[in-house]
Ligand binder design. Structure first.
Ligand SMILES: Cc1cc2nc3c(=O)[nH]c(=O)nc-3n(C[C@H](O)[C@H](O)[C@H](O)COP(=O)(O)OP(=O)(O)OC[C@H]3O[C@@H](n4cnc5c(N)ncnc54)[C@H](O)[C@@H]3O)c2cc1C
Length: 240
């Protein structure tokens, strides 16, 4: 168990916040896509501690660790993390998980995240380990314009006038809004709608999916049963 210090806390959207953490001295190395297990003190039955998992949203090469947390109504874990202030410390274990890059990068890959499910995917495509030699796609599925996370990753948001380096030359780095509120010129629909319309080498590609169980089930069903994708090409992390 290690003691982690909060360096900053920022709102990413109306209900998602980012925590930047200092790495404890001597902390273990990790791979992009892994997560940490945070102790939620006294929030369990009989005042016992709970544990909650949070993906690391920053690549291993970053000096700091970034988390991207959605504030859930009456959720003990997210309310505890939301109560932390700069300089506060908490207990967590790290790293866990095998949701990591696992394919031959001369083959295409599609990353698909809904909501905070973008976190481990962001770490993967910003990591040095990611050196693709084939087409890649990166889809974020959220409800409205107000829910868009990490807009600087997406060429259509035109932040700072240039695309994030990982997206250069790749056509399918896109945001899918299921219920846009305004004059959204990007894709309207869910990530599965985007996939259904996509001209892609489905059989050769690998897939990295992260988010709700419902999204994972729908995308896996489409990939396996409509496109004949092998199970071994589908890598998934289920949040809830
Ligand atoms: C491997 C792993 C990595 C995870 N990484 C992240 C992460 O990077 N960021 C993050 O916000 N959550 C992440 N989660 C979910 C996280 O562990 C908690 O379940 C979540 O924060 C809710 O905890 P809670 O105690 O506040 O609420 P709880 O009372 O435990 O949860 C209440 C309900 O909230 C909903 N819910 C849970 N997580 C989310 C979410 N992310 N978005 C929308 N609805 C949700 C579910 O319906 C759940 O049943 C991850 C889960 C796993 C298994």
């Amino acid at each position: 168990m290690q003691n982690w210090k909060v360096l900053s806390k920022n709102a990413l959207t109306h209900d998602v916040f980012e925590l930047k953490l200092e790495r404890p001295a001597g902390s273990l190395p990790f791979r992009a896509g892994q997560y940490m297990s945070i102790v939620i003190p006294g929030a369990g039955p009989g005042g016992r501690n709970l544990r909650r998992a949070y993906s690391i949203a920053s690549p291993p090469e970053s000096a700091e660790i970034e988390l991207c947390v959605k504030l859930v109504d009456s959720g003990p874990g997210t309310h505890y993390l939301n109560s932390l202030k700069v300089g506060d410390r908490f207990q967590a274990q790290f790293p866990f998980g095998d949701f990591c890059l696992a394919h031959d990068q001369s083959h295409p890959a599609l990353f698909i995240g809904t909501g905070t499910g973008i976190a481990p995917l962001r770490a993967m495509v910003l990591a040095k380990e990611w050196q693709p030699k084939a087409p890649m796609g990166f889809l974020l599925g959220v409800r409205t314009e107000e829910d868009i996370l990490y807009p600087e990753l997406f060429p259509e948001m035109k932040i700072s006038g240039r695309a994030a380096a990982f997206s250069e030359g790749h056509q399918h780095v896109k945001i899918c809004l299921s219920r846009p509120k305004g004059e959204w010129r990007g894709f309207r629909g869910r990530v599965t709608d985007y996939l259904r319309a996509l001209d892609w080498d489905f059989a050769r590609s690998n897939y990295y999916l992260c988010g709700s169980g419902a999204m994972l089930a729908e995308v896996k069903d489409f990939l396996k049963n409509t496109k004949g994708v092998a199970k071994s090409h589908i890598h998934a992390e289920k949040y809830f």
